[in-house]
Write a protein that binds this ligand. Structure first.
Ligand code: SF4
Length: 366
């Protein structure tokens, strides 16, 4: 932990508005039409100002949601303008977009203000599955979005997909992969469908078949490997040099700022979460929940997060950060985990066991 605010390199901004609520969604979001988006953006800019972030310290900004692309040009421009003026050192500036609301004008605007990476929520290449998930876009919306990104020379983009969906077959997964590969993204995320309480799928008593989920995952990993995508995190794959730098901040257990409804930050040994209530946020009643991270918590989180990465962590980095010897501290536990973990000057879970990493972590963690 650096404990020095000048070393924080990442800023997350949450845009909670969606034009439509998907059946599986558990993210902090609201129906766009009921809220004053200009007011929200003003509050967000004020909150960023209050952080007093040194102008040359940030390396990554990630605007997520919700659906950032649901904001019109007039609504989002003040935020992009402010960020562009304030943080000239940004290397990676990502924004999430949905295929049904991304337009050429919005892409031009994003680009004008330094956005250089787009993460597009595709989820499936099968119209029936998109409907099952409650998504509003079509396959041609995805293709058009990518064509527009190419037209504007934004060639660094991620496509998000979901697997493990009830009745989704292995050939559906193959179709998703073929579809995605044809679009030639620099980055791909494949997330296993989770059924969270309060969602429509949960209320419909949807069940996930873990064996099928595993088969989908194995197919995804093997096909993407053949196409030279590096599997660098449990659910994330990228071409060489296109790992998501912003998300690596989380997985390396480094600190980051965050502003906006429901967003979580990690600053100076504190993890915090902004209010989930948009009404409270708009009325200056942002109740922030915070938790002090003790050195023991930090060690636990460091291992849990870093081992999501297929190349794990450097032993010297652990030893320096926690002022102890990793191999000595964990020698008894490690001796029982030989089969699953590789130890060189780094520690990582073997790729064939990454799907079952939770069980391995239970054995390893303090
Ligand atoms: S667009 Fe994303 S954030 Fe909005 S409801 Fe759908 S899954 Fe949730």
């Amino acid at each position: 932990m650096n404990n020095n605010i000048n070393n924080i390199k990442s800023l997350y901004l949450h845009i909670p508005f969606c034009d439509n609520i998907c059946f599986y969604c558990d993210f902090p979001k609201v129906f766009s039409r009921y809220f004053d988006k200009k007011l929200y953006i003003n509050k967000l800019i004020n909150d960023i100002k209050k952080l007093n972030i040194p102008f040359d310290s940030l390396m990554t900004i990630y605007i997520g949601g919700g659906t950032p692309s649901s904001l019109s040009i007039l609504e989002i421009e003040p935020l992009l303008y402010y960020l562009h003026q304030s943080f000239p050192s940004i290397k990676e500036f990502s924004i999430e977009a949905n295929p049904e609301s991304l337009t050429l004008e919005k892409i031009k605007l994003y680009k004008k203000y330094g956005v250089n990476r787009i993460s597009l929520g595709c989820q499936s290449s099968n119209e029936k599955i998109l409907k099952y998930l409650g998504r509003k876009h079509t396959i041609s919306d995805i293709q058009n979005s990518v064509a527009m990104l190419r037209e504007e020379n934004i060639n660094n983009f991620n496509l998000d997909f979901i697997y493990g969906i009830p009745n989704q077959t292995l050939s559906d997964i193959e179709n998703d992969l073929n579809f995605a590969l044809k679009l030639n993204p620099t980055h791909l995320s494949f997330y296993s469908l989770q059924i969270e309480e309060g969602t429509i799928l949960y209320n419909n008593l949807t069940k996930i078949d873990n064996d099928v989920d595993r088969k989908h995952y194995d197919l995804i990993c093997s096909i993407l490997k053949k196409h030279n995508y590096i599997h660098y995190e449990v659910s994330n794959f990228a071409k060489k040099d296109y790992y998501c730098r912003h998300n690596l901040t989380y997985w390396k257990d480094e600190e980051y700022y965050a502003c906006g409804v429901g967003s979580a930050f990690y600053i100076k040994n504190k993890r915090g979460k902004n209010t989930l209530s948009l009404t409270d946020y708009l009325n200056d009643k942002n109740k922030i929940e915070t938790e002090i991270i003790t050195k023991n918590d930090e060690e636990f989180e460091y291992l849990m997060l870093n081992l999501r990465l297929l190349n794990g962590f450097e032993i010297a980095d652990f030893n320096k950060r926690f002022n102890k010897d990793f191999l000595n501290t964990y020698k008894n536990k490690l001796s029982k985990l030989n089969k699953y973990i590789v130890i060189t000057d780094r520690v990582f879970i073997k790729p064939e066991y990454i799907y079952t990493m939770d069980q391995i972590l239970i054995e390893l963690l303090p």
